[in-house]
Design a protein around this ligand. Structure first.
Ligand SMILES: C[S@@+](CC[C@H](N)C(=O)[O-])C[C@H]1O[C@@H](n2cnc3c(N)ncnc32)[C@H](O)[C@@H]1O
Length: 521
């Protein structure tokens, strides 16, 4: 049901600013503000793009990123504060107005406080400093770039539990220690942390590796759906929302806030905990309750004891056994618990090995976990999927293309089931598959996989980034190589020595391109 939007001062200027882009802000009961189209959008079309109001790079031990553009490699610390890092003088100059204030605050901090400068703390410090720069008119304010828009973001303060409230208040106190002169009190900074928790976006590169965090006040008006009509990606720090299906005018723009691989129960739980709402999207409101239970059992439950049966199990709480819904075989709860606890122990050990950089030992352990899970979980299980994703990453790091490709091909059917046809994760998985096939000199399969990757990623990522240009080049190379091999093969066939023809047999026609495709499938 449509509600009359509250008469907030920022709203009319914002509406006027986005109307030329075919967008407006509406309000719905139970959802709050919604970004709504006033024109039709087609798949791949950019609906809205925005630079962050404030952002902070991740400060991991392995990877670090430029404060300006989030690039990695060849970074130099700011010589004064030795906290901010830059890829060059260009970014340093662009960031200077804000960093000048940040730098003064950071220089005076002792070692123990510097160690507390997490990405969230830095983001809040930068948010407050940007506010100050705009209030003092050092930098301009626009209808889509002002602190009022940040204050209008949903904070859900009354829904926070004690633990969250205490944590945000402690973080707010730390921010005030870094910025003692800020006009914003601890209560308001605490509320801002709560806002960031349900509005900030993780900024990722084209391959969805996290680089940092940013707050984009207009993009944050977009609500969630597990079956979204749009997708959010980043070009550097610039957030881009693109349509993934035809969106008629008058439709709400929706993106997914969470990893959607999982049952509707798991998704609902995640959304309730972090975003304080109950999802009522078509993906979560399935009318067929049995289909929902079956999906949960397949994605998150257990497999039939009989290796030849691909059935999933339902739990019978009276007898405390699991029953295969395909062949009726029972599986004991204790046996399942036993394997599950072993897998849990092995997984935490494997994760430790991985973070210590011991890829070889980690790969052996993950293979053992995979074996256990193949005995425990359905072939489309999300738990098994996660193990294979870790294995794939390790195998790529170890340059073991063959094993990596095996993993990649096992992951694909699960992605096809849990993600929509046009989804960045699916596109990127085809891309990885194609690249591995290319490395393994399988040009024909590389061509197929890369074509599928391009079909998806040109919609989710656009065509104009260096990542996509590299992908187009790789696709061209694979196409040229596959065509070359095809013509070589045909030439071999035509020029084969006469004695290779069995005397007396009728000569068959040379293979056509269509025959070749069938042959290589
Ligand atoms: C990033 S904000 C989205 C914009 C928000 N509606 C507003 O008015 O600021 C996220 C919050 O919006 C609400 N929200 C987002 N998607 C929703 C949905 N599908 N159903 C109900 N509420 C939703 C929740 O309160 C959530 O914490």
């Amino acid at each position: 049901m449509e509600e009359e939007p509250k008469n907030n001062g920022y709203m009319e200027p914002l509406r006027r600013a986005i109307e030329a882009q075919g967008l407006t802000v509406t309000t719905q009961q139970g959802k709050g503000r919604c970004l709504t189209t006033t024109v039709d959008f087609s798949p791949g079309q950019v609906i809205i793009s925005q630079e962050p109001y404030a952002s902070a790079p991740s400060n991991g031990t392995i990877n670090s990123f430029c404060d300006g553009c989030f690039a990695s490699g060849g970074l130099k610390f700011c010589s004064k504060c030795r906290v901010a890092r830059y890829c060059g003088s260009g970014c340093q100059k662009l960031e200077w107005k804000l960093h000048q204030l940040e730098c003064e605050a950071l220089v005076g901090l002792g070692k123990d406080r510097r160690e507390m400068l997490t990405t969230s703390i830095r983001l809040m410090v930068r948010l407050l400093l940007r506010r100050r720069l705009q209030y003092e008119k050092v930098i301009p304010t626009t209808a889509t770039d002002n602190y009022e828009l940040v204050e209008a973001l949903e904070a859900h303060m009354s829904e926070l539990n004690e633990e969250q409230l205490v944590l945000y208040a402690q973080m707010a106190n730390l921010v005030r220690l870094v910025l003692p002169s800020t006009e914003i009190d601890v209560k308001n900074i605490t509320m801002n942390f709560s806002r960031l928790a349900c509005n900030a976006h993780s900024i990722c590169d084209s391959e969805l590796r996290p680089l940092g965090t940013g707050i984009y006040p207009v993009i944050s008006i977009i609500n969630h759906s597990c079956l979204p009509n749009s997708v959010l990606t980043f070009e550097g720090k610039l957030a881009m929302v693109r349509a993934v299906e035809p969106i008629p005018k008058g439709t709400e723009v929706l993106i997914s806030y969470i990893e959607t691989a999982g049952s509707s129960m798991t998704r609902k739980e995640t959304l309730r905990k972090q975003y304080f709402f109950t999802c009522t999207c078509p993906g979560c409101m399935k009318v067929d309750a049995y289909a929902d239970l079956r999906e949960t059992a397949i994605l998150e439950g257990y497999r039939c004891k009989d290796n030849k049966c691909d059935g999933f199990l339902f739990f019978n709480s009276d007898d405390r056994v699991f029953i295969c819904q395909q062949c009726g075989l029972f599986r004991d709860e204790q046996e399942i618990k036993q394997i599950e606890s072993e897998v849990e122990q092995l997984s935490s050990f494997a994760a430790k090995l991985l973070s210590s950089g011991d890829n070889i030992k980690a790969s052996t352990l993950y293979k053992t976990i995979e074996k256990h899970q193949m005995n425990l979980c359905h072939s489309l299980s999300v738990k098994l999927l996660r193990t294979r994703e870790s294995l794939l990453k390790i195998m790529i790091d170890l340059n073991d293309w063959r094993e990596a490709l095996t993993c990649c091909r096992l992951i694909l059917p699960v992605y096809k089931r849990v993600y929509r046809k046009i989804h960045p994760m699916l596109g990127l998985q085809y891309y990885t598959c194609g690249k591995l096939e290319w490395f393994l000199e399988d040009a024909e399969n590389a061509l197929k996989s890369l074509t599928r990757a391009v079909d998806i990623l040109r919609i989710t990522h656009g065509s104009n980034t260096s990542f996509m240009r590299d992908l187009f080049n790789l696709l061209d190379e694979a196409r040229a190589e596959a065509t070359h091999r095809l013509s070589d093969c045909m030439a071999c066939w035509i020029n084969r020595p006469v004695h290779s023809v069995v005397p007396g047999l009728k000569t068959s026609l040379p293979p056509t391109a269509a025959d070749w495709k069938i042959k290589t499938r």
